[in-house]
Design a protein around this ligand. Structure first.
Ligand code: URA
Length: 423
């Protein structure tokens, strides 16, 4: 077998055999298939697609490229959530301790932000002392002690995906449904969770801009999960406007703590509770009501223990940006549009995100929304506060908000429902 043979099969629209898939993933991981050959194959897959059998085998081969974690020693069922990423999507932060407080174990391997979408690890690292790296034994220890652990994936987990994702990022081959689905699911299955809830975001601030493409991605991922014995459910949820009011690392931690304290923006609370119910049902714990764990403070207790177990101080003050700039309403009327992508790019340019993987983030940078679509606003009323450590960043951030905000007298926003569908 050689790489040219595999590339030509897919270039001509053929179906890759299980042997071809196993060989190419293994050889690529070992360095025996060159980056330019894998790049060519990824482009052929992006253009010609893969069948369900091909995606299942591709995912399996990526899982087998590394270690698979195992949690059978725990006395509770494991359940996890994965979001395809969005603007202001801090849901993992209140969700993991909430679900743990209801009796499940949540072993969550998370990522960092790239581009305009934020990453859970960057948000948590804004808490003084908190560490993202844990060895598998350390992960088990935190999980046993607190019920929830959020940390970075070690280099041994799906190394084929690690290499391939970096290659796709620079070769225009990220936006392939089979490649996205196998990338996400290989990591989640290797993580060893028994149940998985996928939050597939739809709208300008998401990877998937339309409900139809999000549905196709969700169905592909649910199929892979089920084929691997993981109880998997997907929700399609709105990402046409930011989630909640805070966008940016420390700003989102503060909003998550408000949710755990029984407050917080209604959309963040509703999505957290909806996903918690799905995670608990998938773990066989549908008799628990997560709203009780928010009310009685038990979710907050788990949060505090989970943060302390990874070196963080849950009582420490969070970093605050040095500079701020207020954006006001251009006219009186109803805020009919607050575009997720525009706000996400603004937060990114303010320093909340990074342009290259190795760049540092500014923990205090970001955007706070004082109004949400549907609110009546007065002319000159503050709509957003932008935060940055360096005031030269405001001009570029403001450019990305051009066209992202609309206020219309008597207008009605045309918004996606928060939860669009369940698959
Ligand atoms: N997230 C992943 O982990 N992989 C992708 O391909 C896209 C998003």
């Amino acid at each position: 077998m050689d790489a040219i043979d595999v590339i030509l099969t897919k270039r001509e629209g053929g179906k890759l055999t299980p042997e071809q898939i196993d060989w190419v993933i293994d050889a690529y991981t070992r360095g025996a298939v060159a980056e330019e050959q894998m790049s060519s194959l990824a482009m052929a897959i992006l253009l010609n697609g893969m069948t369900r059998e091909e995606v299942a085998r591709w995912t399996e081969a990526m899982i087998r490229s590394g270690e698979r974690m195992e949690w059978s020693g725990l006395d509770r069922p494991t359940t996890d959530k994965h979001s395809t990423g969005g603007v202001g999507d801090k849901i993992t932060l209140p969700l993991a301790p909430l679900v743990a407080a209801c009796g499940a174990a949540v072993p969550q391997l998370s990522g960092r932000g790239l581009g305009h979408t934020g990453g859970t690890l960057d948000k948590l690292e804004s808490i003084p002392g908190w560490r993202a790296s844990l060895e598998p034994d350390g992960m088990l220890d935190v999980l046993r002690r607190t019920g929830a652990v959020i940390c970075a994936a070690g280099s041994g987990l799906a190394p084929a995906d690690r290499k391939l994702y970096a290659l796709r990022d620079v070769t225009g081959t990220v936006e392939s449904i089979p490649l996205i689905a196998s990338s996400i699911m290989s990591k989640k299955i290797a993580e060893g969770t028994g149940a998985l809830v996928l939050d597939v975001k739809v709208g300008s601030g998401a990877f998937m801009k339309t409900t139809a493409s999000a549905r196709e991605l969700a169905e592909t991922m649910v199929g892979i999960g089920v084929d691997h014995g993981v109880r998997t459910v997907a929700l399609l949820t709105a990402m046409d406007r930011p989630l909640g009011r805070a966008v940016g690392n420390a700003l989102e931690v503060a909003e998550s703590v408000q949710v755990l304290a029984g407050g917080g923006p209604p959309d963040v609370v509703e999505l957290t509770l909806t996903l918690a119910r799905e995670m608990l049902a998938a773990a066989g714990l549908s008799d628990r009501d997560p709203a009780d764990a928010l009310r009685d403070g038990s979710a907050m207790d788990v949060w505090r223990r989970m943060i302390s177990a990874q070196g963080g101080d849950p009582d420490a003050s969070l970093p605050v940006a040095r500079e701020s700039h207020v954006v006001t309403a251009p006219a009186a009327g109803v805020l009919t549009r607050l575009d997720a992508y525009g706000v996400g790019v603004a937060a990114w340019r303010l320093g909340a995100g990074r342009a290259r993987k190795e760049d540092p983030v500014s923990f205090g940078a970001g955007v706070v929304c004082h109004a949400v679509p549907g609110d009546e606003v007065a002319a000159g009323q503050p709509l957003l506060t932008l935060y940055a450590d360096d005031d030269t960043r405001f001009a570029r951030a403001l450019e990305s908000l051009d066209g992202a905000i609309e206020v219309e007298p008597g207008g009605t926003p045309d918004l996606l429902p928060l939860v669009i569908d369940r698959i």
